[in-house]
Design a protein around this ligand. Structure first.
Ligand SMILES: [Mn+2]
Length: 382
């Protein structure tokens, strides 16, 4: 038996407000679909955040539908769960993925589905507040296993941040997962992890398919998916995308900025020579004497225009501003503490805190506003 495991495809995300970025997410999804067909896998599992929002545009719905249809035409079923980005809301609406079910998407937001003697289980993303209400993941999973009570290969799809794979999480894999599963495919953490063996299961985070700035560093990203072969052993092989958008970053050193930009030019040209997409370039660091205009001029001088680079991001601060930023972050913590005292109710605080943390994962205020409009449910109270 052989299957493909992909996660966090975030269809419809136009990062930096760019249509090209939206298309990037679709391109790599198709690259995985083509590989699934070429490798003749038996099925595909997708561990959440298929769509970037729970209100995808009609265009994005159509793209998702075509992806599922292409697999279906090759007789490859796809199983998925709702992630935090596309779960809809229990209160207001269903998951947008439910709309793709009639054309063949298998949504497993709870329980198991059977396929050729294999049991594919799933649990949609549960928020911190939700975890408290339901009594935790372990209780739910134990019930699943009990109600299934059958021999056979058991796969579980989850969309949570688990320690020790995800650093600094309150959710501990070993504590939360009962024995009884063979393969656990997890989404949510966008940084690909090597498979681990925990509580008798092979645990895999394939990461997101493109760079999103969610707990990840653009320099160290390896983007792709796993192909898993099951015989007497479970063998996981990671495939890196060839169509992925390259990202370059540069920490500004004012003394050597001209040399740095020459080096950047070489890197960009090497990327373009190998037929890859035009990169996104991220500038980081602190400016003392230079301004953005100086950097832009240097880029122009080296011919690093839009023909060669898709987008520049300047995550730069002027030296004086850093002090302000530090004060800001202290105030933020004070605000959270004050909010905690004000709200008294811990569940409500957890929801607000999670909303704040979700908003912090966006690149700019416009993206935040857009997300809030599309996700009023992030403030739904239990
Ligand atoms: Mn995600």
């Amino acid at each position: 038996m052989k299957f493909l495991h992909i996660s966090d495809t975030h269809l419809g995300y136009s990062q930096y407000g760019l249509e090209e970025r939206k298309k990037d997410f679709l391109d790599v999804f198709y690259e995985a679909v083509d590989k699934a067909i070429e490798e003749k896998v038996d099925f595909v599992i997708h561990s959440g955040d298929f769509f970037h929002t729970s209100r995808p545009s009609n265009q994005t719905f159509l793209e998702g539908l075509e992806v599922v249809k292409k697999l279906k035409e090759s007789n490859i079923p796809i199983f998925t769960i709702s992630g935090n980005h596309d779960r809809g809301s229990q209160v207001r609406d269903v998951s947008p993925l439910a709309i793709l079910e009639p054309i063949g998407l298998n949504l497993v937001d709870g329980g198991f589905k059977e396929f050729n003697g294999i049991y594919i289980g799933g649990l949609k993303y549960i928020s911190k507040a939700g975890l408290k209400q339901t009594g935790g993941i372990r209780v739910i999973l134990e019930k699943y296993l009990e109600s299934l009570n059958k021999e056979g290969f058991k796969i579980l799809m989850l969309h949570q941040e688990f320690a020790p794979l995800f650093p600094n999480s309150d959710l501990y894999m070993e504590k939360e997962i009962p024995e009884g599963f063979d393969y656990i495919g997890i989404g949510h953490y966008h940084v690909k992890q090597e498979p681990k063996y925990i509580n008798s299961a092979t645990v895999v985070y394939p990461g997101s398919t493109e760079f999103t700035a969610y707990n990840e560093n653009e320099d160290k990203v390896e983007k792709g998916f796993y192909i898993v072969e099951v015989s007497s052993k479970i063998k996981c092989k990671f495939y890196s995308f060839t169509k992925k958008r390259p990202f370059l970053s540069l920490v500004v050193d004012e003394e050597n900025i001209e040399a740095q930009i020459k080096e950047l030019k070489n890197k960009v040209e090497t990327i373009l020579d190998t037929g890859k997409k035009k990169p996104v370039v991220i500038f980081k660091g602190v400016l003392k004497n230079l301004d953005l205009v100086d950097i832009t001029k240097l880029l122009e001088k080296e011919g690093l225009s839009e023909n060669k680079v898709l987008h520049y991001r300047f995550n730069l601060t002027k030296e004086a501003k850093i002090i302000e930023a530090k004060v800001d972050s202290i105030e933020n913590e004070d605000i959270l503490k004050a909010l905690k005292d004000l709200l008294e109710d811990e569940e409500i605080f957890n929801i607000v805190e999670e909303a704040v943390k979700t908003l912090q994962t966006f690149e700019n205020t416009d993206e935040m506003k857009k997300f809030l409009k599309e996700h009023p449910e992030i403030l739904d109270l239990p």
